[in-house]
Design a protein around this ligand. Structure first.
Ligand SMILES: Cc1cc2nc3c(=O)[nH]c(=O)nc-3n(C[C@H](O)[C@H](O)[C@H](O)COP(=O)(O)O)c2cc1C
Length: 315
């Protein structure tokens, strides 16, 4: 396979509930191949405090991946400053800003993708960028909340900001994660945007990655989320231009699973928490697995049942 753009960067998307520090560290140890990892969004609570789990997730002591970029979800300039100060105080020099979250509880408050229809709010929220000259900011956004002209209408604001790059998920917010990516609207924004751009949306294989890099040759890179939760080897294989035999692949994924189990066991309290955490892995992992086996996993109420169901899959 000829790599379309050998210089293209590949980043691992943030996925709230999935890509925490334990997951990211083990992913990098067993698969790797990606240039940067993001934390799921960090936000302020209504009483202006931070969530403990967010603090743990960005604690440099907990993180061992080569490049970690914390992501913040501010609703206004004041929250932007508080979140940036927190992240910067931990020693990070790059921060990603979330303008793409479609969760109704967030978007309903005009945060994440819910802010996209309001250019004045976006401008105000991003205005403190110039107050942090030692930080490199990027923005992760969608094509809009309700329609694809919303992100396009922000292009002058965005082009005038000091940003390292934009990551554009080629969907609108009300689509959530369904439907197909809109390449035409992506292309319109990509042509007009003066910052480097990363493509995001539905990449699952080396072939799809290659095709998108060919379709949009000016891309600085791509961001992949669910494709890596399902097939964590995809990027490493793409980089090395190889395909491992099935047996070797199974052993690799099993070893990854066992390391996650071990690390979550040391961190989470009690069997129930651990079991629930491990079950969520199977929301995406190895989608071609026999559905009966996955059902056994989902129905397990004891860790021993869970482990024997998983063992059967990897035998
Ligand atoms: C369960 C879930 C949680 C997500 N959490 C975040 C998040 O915290 N921050 C963010 O910017 N995007 C989040 N996303 C969006 C992904 O980063 C990504 O943009 C989206 O899944 C599309 O890329 P993909 O098709 O490669 O998965 C989340 C997506 C899912 C499905």
């Amino acid at each position: 396979m000829i790599i379309a753009n050998g210089m293209a960067e590949i980043h691992f998307a943030p996925l709230q509930g999935y890509t925490d520090w334990i997951y990211r560290n083990n992913f990098a140890r067993f698969f790797g191949g990606v240039d940067a990892y993001y934390t799921p969004f960090i936000r302020l609570e209504s009483d202006n405090t931070f969530r403990n789990r967010d603090l743990r997730d960005i604690d440099p002591k907990n993180n061992s991946v080569p490049l970690l970029i914390p992501q913040i979800l501010p609703g206004n300039a004041d929250e932007f400053c508080k979140l940036t100060q927190l992240v910067r105080s931990k020693g990070y020099k790059k921060i990603d800003i979330n303008l793409g979250c479609p969760f109704p509880l967030i978007a309903g408050k005009k945060k994440g993708a819910g802010m996209l229809p309001y250019p004045e709010l976006v401008k105000e929220m991003l205005s403190p960028i110039c107050d942090f000259p030692d930080v490199l900011f990027s923005v992760k956004m969608r094509l809009g909340w309700k329609n694809t002209s919303e992100a396009y209408n922000l292009i002058d604001i965005i082009n005038n900001l000091r940003l390292e790059y934009i990551t554009l998920h080629a969907r609108i917010g009300i689509q959530q994660y369904k439907g197909t990516p809109d390449y035409e609207s992506f292309s319109r924004f990509y042509q007009a945007c003066e910052h480097s751009i990363f493509y995001n949306g539905d990449l699952k294989s080396g072939k799809e990655l290659q095709e998108i890099l060919e379709k949009f040759p000016k891309l600085r890179g791509v961001l992949i989320g669910r494709g890596l939760l399902s097939s964590p080897w995809v990027v490493a294989d793409f980089r090395k231009n190889e395909t491992k035999p099935d047996g070797e692949r199974k052993n690799q994924v099993y070893a990854f699973h066992e390391a996650l189990l071990n690390d979550y066991k040391n961190y989470l309290q009690g069997e129930n928490q651990l079991l629930n955490k491990m079950k969520t892995l199977w929301d995406y992992l190895l989608p071609e697995t026999d559905r009966k086996m996955v059902k056994r996993i989902r129905k397990s109420t004891k860790l021993s049942d869970y482990c024997s169901a998983v063992k059967q899959i990897f035998e």
